[in-house]
Design a protein. Structure first.
Length: 68
């Protein structure tokens, strides 16, 4: 799991989001978290995604090169 801390321009913490391990529909692995926060009196939906480069599992017959 990852802990994602979002700060404003003054360095004050606005929101802390927990991003859990996830296998995405594409087959790639990484972390994903989502929450809502109020910033300057307005409500926002916040999403965090981190995808491990090269983590997608190859499908048999797939000739596309995987990035390094």
């Amino acid at each position: 799991m990852l802990i994602v801390e979002i700060k404003d321009k003054n360095g004050q913490t606005v929101k802390v989001i927990t991003a859990n391990p996830k296998t995405f529909k594409t087959g790639s692995r990484g972390f994903y978290g989502m929450d809502k926060a109020e910033i300057d009196g307005k409500r926002y939906q916040i999403q965090f995604q981190a995808v491990e480069i090269g983590s997608k599992t190859r499908v048999s017959g797939d000739t596309e090169e995987q990035p390094n």
